[in-house]
Design a protein around this ligand. Structure first.
Ligand SMILES: Cc1cc2nc3c(=O)[nH]c(=O)nc-3n(C[C@H](O)[C@H](O)[C@H](O)COP(=O)(O)OP(=O)(O)OC[C@H]3O[C@@H](n4cnc5c(N)ncnc54)[C@H](O)[C@@H]3O)c2cc1C
Length: 471
C-alpha cells in the first residue's frame, strides 16, 4: 500500500511534490515574516483535474490542505500550521490565460496567473484589467479572489468580487464546479460564486475564473495635493466625486509620518509637496475623451478646492514617469514599514462620515496610552479604508514592544472601529491573524452562520483549517 507522498507523486509527477526542507522553505513563511509553518509536502498541480485528485486523496487520508498563490497575503492565510501534517497546494503552475473575449469584455484564465501578467495581457489588447495593488508582481488571481482583494481602483471599479463573473472551483469532496459563464446577470438561486470569493481557501479551491475587462482610458492625470486635516480631505473627495464623477479613479491618503518613514528608507521617494504637509492626497482622473478634457477638468476642480481652502498646495504630474513616481511613493509606504521592522497592522474601513472622529479620537488615545509610538496611517481614503499601522517608539526593540502591547493596541483600535461602525478587515481578509477577533466583531449570529456554511461545504474540515472560522 502506497503512502500519501507516493500517491501525490503518482498524480503530479515526483518533481512537483516537494518534500525536502530546502525545497519547501520558500513556501513556509508569509511576506511579512510573521508566520512560519511546517508542511508534509508542497504540491504543484498543473490542472484542475490534478487539483481534484489531490483533494480526493487528502480527504481519504484526512490531510489538511492550505491553498497558496503568491503568498503575499497579510493575515497568514496561506501559511500552514506547525503540525507538519498539512500540505500546501500552490497554484503557480496553473497560469494559462485562455482567452480575451472582446465582445463580452472578459478575460478567462487560470487561478495561478500573476496579476501583473493579466493587466499586461489585457492592455496589449486595449483593455483595462483594473485590479491594482502593491503586490501585483507576485500575487495571483486565485489569491486575489480568495481574499476579495481591494487595491487602488476600488473607488471606480470595485473589489475583486465586483470584477468576477465566473469561477471554477474544486470542492472539499474533490468535485469540480464549473461556473465559468461570463454573465452579468444570472439569478438562478444562491450565488455560489460569491460564496467562494473572499472565503480564503476555506470553502473550495479556486482553479479558474472569468473576469471583467474595461476599455483602456485614453488619458490619465495624477496630482498630489496638501490638506491640513481629515475633514478637508473628505470634503475634497466629495468635491471630486461631484465634479469628476466616474472619471475619479484614485484617491489615496498619506500622512506626514507615513511619508517621513518612506523618505527615511527610500530617499528618492521624498514628497514633492513643500514641507511634507499633515496630509498628502494622491488623486487620479481617467478619461476616454482627450488629454485636454481631463487636464482642464482637473485644473478647474483644484482651483475650486484652493478657493474653498480645502487644499494648500498641489503638484500635477507633468508626464507618465512623474505620475508613476507619485504612485510608487504611495506604494512604498508598506515596503518602508517592512524595512523599519516589526509593526502592528490594522486594515480597517470606517464610513466616511465617521472617519474624522475615528482618527482624532484614536490618535489621541494611542499617543496617550503608548507614548512615543508612531502612527503610520495611510490608505484608500476614497473607500474609507485606512491602514492604521503602529510602529514602536524609536529606539525600542520592535519585537519586545509588540509582544508587550500588541493585544492592548489591537483592542484599542478595534474598539474604536466598533464605535464608528466600521470593519476590522477591509481588504486583507482574516486568515489566522484575525481568527479570534472575527468572532467578537461579526456578532454571534453571523459567526454561527459562517460556521454552518463551513460545516456544510467542508464537514471534514480539510480546507485551510483554523483560518477565518474554526469549527
Ligand atoms: C506590498 C503589498 C501591498 C499590498 N497591497 C494590497 C492592497 O492594496 N489591497 C489588498 O487587498 N491587498 C494588498 N496586499 C495583500 C495581498 O497582496 C492580497 O491579499 C492578495 O490578494 C493575495 O494574493 P496571493 O496570491 O498572494 O494570495 P496568498 O497570500 O497566497 O493567499 C491568500 C489567501 O487566499 C487563499 N488562496 C490563495 N489562492 C487560492 C486559490 N486558488 N483558491 C482558494 N484559496 C486560495 C490562501 O489559502 C490564503 O488564505 C498587499 C501585499 C503586499 C505584500
Amino acid at each position: 500500500m502506497q503512502g500519501p507522498i507516493e500517491q501525490f507523486s503518482a498524480i503530479l509527477g515526483k518533481q512537483y511534490v516537494l518534500i525536502e526542507d530546502q525545497d519547501k522553505a520558500p513556501y513556509l513563511t508569509d511576506w511579512r515574516k510573521r508566520f512560519t509553518g511546517k508542511a508534509l509536502a508542497v504540491l504543484l498541480p498543473k490542472s484542475t483535474e490534478e487539483v481534484a485528485s489531490i483533494v480526493k486523496l487528502c480527504s481519504a487520508n484526512n490531510i489538511g490542505i492550505v491553498p497558496q498563490g503568491g503568498h503575499t497575503g497579510f493575515c497568514g492565510g496561506a501559511t500552514p500550521d506547525n503540525s507538519g501534517k498539512q500540505v500546501i497546494l500552490n497554484l503557480k503552475r496553473m497560469n494559462q490565460i485562455y482567452e480575451i473575449d472582446s465582445a463580452n469584455q472578459t478575460i478567462t484564465l487560470e487561478a495561478g496567473c500573476i496579476l501583473q501578467a493579466v493587466q499586461e495581457k489585457a492592455a496589449a489588447q486595449d483593455f483595462l484589467f483594473p485590479l491594482s495593488l502593491g503586490a501585483e508582481g507576485s500575487c495571483m488571481i486565485g489569491g486575489n479572489l480568495a481574499t476579495n482583494a481591494g487595491g487602488t481602483n476600488v473607488l471606480r471599479y470595485g473589489n475583486t468580487r465586483d470584477l468576477c463573473l465566473g469561477l471554477e472551483v474544486v470542492t472539499a469532496q474533490g468535485e469540480i464546479w464549473n461556473g465559468m459563464k461570463g454573465l452579468r446577470k444570472d439569478n438562478t438561486g444562491y450565488d455560489l460564486r460569491d460564496l467562494f470569493i473572499g472565503s480564503e481557501g476555506t470553502l473550495g479551491i479556486i482553479t479558474a475564473a472569468v473576469m471583467k475587462l474595461y476599455p483602456l482610458p485614453s488619458s490619465q492625470w495624477t496630482t498630489l495635493v496638501a490638506t491640513d486635516n481629515i475633514a478637508s480631505t473628505i470634503a475634497l473627495l466629495n468635491l471630486f466625486q461631484k465634479r469628476a464623477t466616474a472619471l475619479l479613479t484614485g484617491f489615496e491618503m498619506m500622512t506626514q509620518e507615513s511619508l517621513a518613514l518612506n523618505e527615511k528608507h527610500f530617499p528618492q521617494m521624498a514628497n514633492p509637496l513643500k514641507g511634507n504637509p499633515p496630509y498628502t492626497v494622491l488623486i487620479e482622473l481617467s478619461d476616454h475623451e482627450s488629454e485636454e478634457h481631463v487636464r482642464k477638468l482637473l485644473e478647474r476642480i483644484l482651483e475650486e478646492a484652493f478657493e474653498a481652502k480645502l487644499i494648500s498646495d498641489a503638484v500635477i504630474a507633468s508626464n507618465l514617469s512623474q505620475a508613476n513616481a507619485f504612485w510608487h511613493m504611495r506604494e512604498h509606504i508598506t515596503l518602508a514599514q517592512a524595512e523599519e521592522g516589526a509593526n502592528l497592522k490594522h486594515d480597517i474601513t470606517i464610513p466616511l462620515s465617521f472617519l474624522d472622529r475615528f482618527i482624532r479620537e484614536t490618535d489621541a488615545l494611542m499617543r496617550q496610552q503608548f507614548p512615543g509610538i508612531r502612527i503610520i496611517n495611510f490608505g484608500h481614503l476614497g473607500d474609507g479604508n485606512l491602514h492604521y499601522n503602529i510602529a514602536p517608539p524609536l529606539g525600542s526593540d520592535p519585537k519586545a514592544f509588540n509582544l508587550a502591547h500588541e493585544k492592548a493596541i489591537h483592542d484599542l483600535v478595534y474598539g474604536q472601529v466598533e464605535r464608528c461602525q466600521g470593519s476590522i478587515s477591509a481588504e486583507h481578509g482574516v486568515g489566522q491573524l484575525k481568527l479570534d477577533d472575527l468572532r467578537a466583531h461579526k456578532g454571534e449570529v453571523a459567526h454561527e452562520l459562517m460556521k454552518t456554511l463551513k460545516r456544510a461545504l467542508d464537514p471534514q474540515n480539510i480546507l485551510n483549517p483554523r483560518k477565518v472560522v474554526s469549527i
